[in-house]
Design a protein around this ligand. Structure first.
Ligand code: TYD
Length: 390
């Protein structure tokens, strides 16, 4: 049985930045969140059709920050050193930020967004522009053989039918192979009240507890979990086909931690929903107070996360004049739902008093490069509570 615990209202596609002439027929859906009381998997109550989110205009570039470029380079080197794979498959390769660190002779990629698949194909990485399905896995296995390393970052949580997705991994993985994937962590989201991890693309927010059950049902077993700082706190899961790897002690430790913080108890989720509502009241209150005082407020980082916050809180361009973002394909467009203009960073923070940090997950990187702005201005964030960063 699924139990609904959070309602974030009508929402647009989080990454669908629009040209001003496209705003009239914008698609919206009802964003709610529920927990399956059997598997303990947390998922959206209503899924959006994948083609509406992942298509040839997909805007999010994984290479958009120095933090993530370094993260994926380090990851690729460590995985190759650790597991010495002869064949590597990446699911959801985006702009190639991970795969470009692997020898193209041994690597292939799957990426449904054709703008990115074209890019990595040109870089010399065979990229199949399709969604990850069991049929595709069978085709890859028969044409390219079983894979020793299957890697996916911020992708498995996008896939609505997880049983099929993991069965497809099992189909394609060699007997000695490892499946490594990383996605935002449910426990971190609850702890930090970062409800903006919830949007159309994140069909599920994973706990290790839920993954352990769902992977096992498809013949895959977790033998290691690494906690990562990226994307506001993620888990990197290592799984293999059989229990031929020693299960490391921390897998059980992390599941115990999750149990102790109440991730199997509906009251934890109801309490989270109350904190989310309080966060909304506080953020809106702060922005309105600053506006009354005639402060100039903008957004910094036109993230998917900020789409959830702005639409849930009702924050439009009367409160946040514009959003700066370094992604060229977002600039000149307006944000989904609230239609706040997106502009380049250059020259757009000069007379700003406060910038709402949509990209709060890069706080350290941004604070370092914006030290000049921080002399006179400040950032606002709602994570882990509504506060000012000076
Ligand atoms: P991210 O937080 O990774 O995103 P999402 O919530 O969409 O998953 O996205 C970061 C966004 O912020 C991306 O559009 C690039 C932008 N950005 C800046 O504008 N300046 C910066 O210094 C950084 C690090 C990111």
């Amino acid at each position: 049985m699924k139990v609904k615990f959070l309602d974030l209202g009508q929402q647009p596609i989080a990454n669908n930045f629009l040209l001003p002439e496209q705003v009239d027929d914008e698609f919206k859906y009802h964003l709610t969140v529920e927990i399956d009381d059997g598997t303990k998997l947390v998922s959206l109550g209503e899924f959006v059709a994948p083609e509406k989110m992942f298509n040839d205009t997909y805007a999010y570039h994984s290479s958009g920050s120095k933090t993530m470029q370094e993260h994926f380079k380090k990851t690729a080197i460590a995985l190759v050193n650790n597991f010495a794979p002869l064949k590597v498959l990446e699911i959801g390769s985006n702009d190639g930020v991970f795969i470009k660190n692997i020898n193209s002779d041994i690597a292939i990629a799957v990426e449904p967004c054709s703008n990115f698949a074209d890019l990595t194909n040109k870089m010399g990485y065979k990229t199949i522009s399709e969604f990850w399905t069991l049929d595709l896995a069978k085709e890859i296995r028969s044409k390219h053989g079983a894979q020793d390393l299957i890697y996916a970052a911020n992708c498995m949580c996008h896939i609505q039918n997880l049983s099929e997705a993991f069965a497809a991994v099992n189909e394609c993985l060699s007997d000695r192979g490892v499946f490594v994937f990383e996605d935002p962590s449910l426990s971190k989201m609850i702890e930090r009240c970062s409800y903006d991890q919830i949007y159309d693309e994140h069909a599920h927010i994973f706990s290790v507890t839920a993954l352990n059950k769902i992977l096992a049902s498809q013949g895959l077993y977790i033998f290691r979990v690494e906690k990562l700082n990226v994307h506001g706190g993620s888990n990197r899961i290592f799984a293999s086909k059989r229990l031929h790897k020693n299960i490391e002690a921390n897998v059980d430790d992390i599941m115990k931690e999750e149990f102790n913080m109440g991730l199997e108890d509906i009251r934890t989720y109801n309490n989270f929903a109350t904190r989310v509502e309080q966060s909304r009241v506080q953020l809106l209150g702060l922005l309105k107070e600053f506006k009354r005082k005639n402060f100039n407020i903008v957004g910094y980082g036109a993230t998917s996360k900020s789409t959830t916050v702005f639409n849930y809180c009702g924050i439009d361009s009367s409160l946040i004049g514009y959003i700066t973002d370094t992604t060229p394909t977002k600039q000149g467009k307006v944000s989904p739902g609230m239609h706040i203009p997106v502009v380049p960073r250059e020259g757009n923070l000069n007379s700003v008093d406060y910038a709402y940090l949509g990209a709060w997950n890069y706080e350290a990187e941004i604070a370092e490069k914006e030290s000049e702005f921080l002399r006179s201005g400040a950032f606002i964030t709602h994570v882990p509570y509504v506060r000012i960063i000076r």
